[in-house]
Design a binder for this molecule. Structure first.
Ligand code: PSU
Ligand code: MN
Length: 307
């Protein structure tokens, strides 16, 4: 591997990593393809502030000018938010984008890859990708799940996106040996709502326990990620049955329009936002901030263990 030719880590982030201080990776697909412009600019700034306030250094990742970027400048964040000619980069796209100097936003899968390369053990997102409804026919299963199976990074998310088949997503994670830990909950959250009706493997009482499980897993040589499922704060939680109706309408529309592949998730999120008159977007913002906060708290505890 000849990573140093490809990896470009911002000075502040590089120093924190070198000194063993807490760092939290953040993705850019949520900016470029998960949220509208210019609201995403405010989110991109605020989510980094949330990480800092909880005692860690934020490191948003992206592919820019032929480099895997870890830690973006204000201009680079702006570029990702404007999302003009910014692709959605999954594992299979990485080499092509770098070699041909195309700019791209990183998904959960690619942010995990880059975080591991940079030695950042934890990453906060909105919700992970997973097994889509109807995957028995379409075989649409997010590359995020394979990444969780193999890459040594803990991901804090409000469960998986509720547009997915949550039960099948959890089955897949079990098969791949990925621990699914609930942050102060017995229930696997459903993105916009606190509960999905499915359980988690273990109820994490605090950030220190999360850090201890991460260290133990990787000390044991048990490679692969960890899903830390952090429910949306109750006061921002939407009604599960209401959201199911909205999601089903969005799914029907996607089918009518023949939306497939990597377009599916952005299409559904944008339509759900419109159908709920922005209510779902407000919830999306809040759950993502909450994940950034918890990830930073865990990063702080993890850094202590490795001192
Ligand atoms: N969570 C959000 N909004 C998003 C995503 C996650 O709140 O836009 C993105 C993540 O980058 C995730 C991707 O990796 O959606 C999954 O896309 P797909 O289903 O095509 O794998
Ligand atoms: Mn897909």
């Amino acid at each position: 591997m000849n990573l140093k030719n490809y990896l470009s880590i911002a000075d502040e982030v590089a120093l924190a990593i070198k000194e063993g201080r807490p760092v939290v990776a953040l993705e850019s697909t949520i900016l470029s393809h998960g949220m509208p412009y210019p609201e995403n600019v405010e989110f991109a700034k605020n989510v980094e502030i949330v990480v800092r306030e909880a005692g860690a250094i934020p490191a948003t990742t992206a592919i820019i000018d032929g480099k895997l970027k870890v830690g973006l400048s204000a201009d680079e964040l702006q570029l990702m938010c404007k999302a003009e000619n910014i692709g959605k980069v999954s594992r299979r796209d990485v080499a092509t984008y770098i070699a041909t100097r195309k700019n791209g936003a990183t998904t959960v899968a690619t942010t995990m890859m880059i975080a591991e390369m940079a030695d950042i053990p934890i990453f906060a997102t909105g919700g992970i990708g997973g097994v889509h409804r109807g995957a028995q026919e379409t075989m649409d299963i997010s590359a995020d799940l394979q990444e969780l199976a193999h890459t040594n990074v803990a991901v804090v998310g409000a469960g998986c996106k509720s547009i997915l088949d949550i039960g099948l997503t959890l089955e897949y994670l079990e098969t791949m040996g990925v621990p699914v830990l609930g942050y102060r909950t017995d229930d696997f959250p459903a993105f916009y709502t606190v509960k999905s009706g499915f359980g988690v493997d273990f109820n994490l009482p605090d950030a220190a326990t999360a850090a201890k499980i991460m260290k133990t897993k990787w000390d044991l040589g048990l490679d692969g990620g960890i899903m830390i499922a952090n429910p949306i704060p109750e006061k921002y939680s939407l009604d599960f049955d209401e959201m199911e109706k909205v999601i089903n309408n969005a799914l029907k529309l996607a089918e009518e329009k023949g939306i497939k592949g990597k377009e599916t998730t952005p299409f559904l999120l944008a339509n759900i936002k419109d159908m709920t008159k922005g209510e779902s977007f407000a919830a999306n913002l809040q759950l993502a901030y909450n994940n950034a906060k918890v990830a930073a708290e865990i990063a702080v505890e993890y850094a202590k263990l490795n001192k």
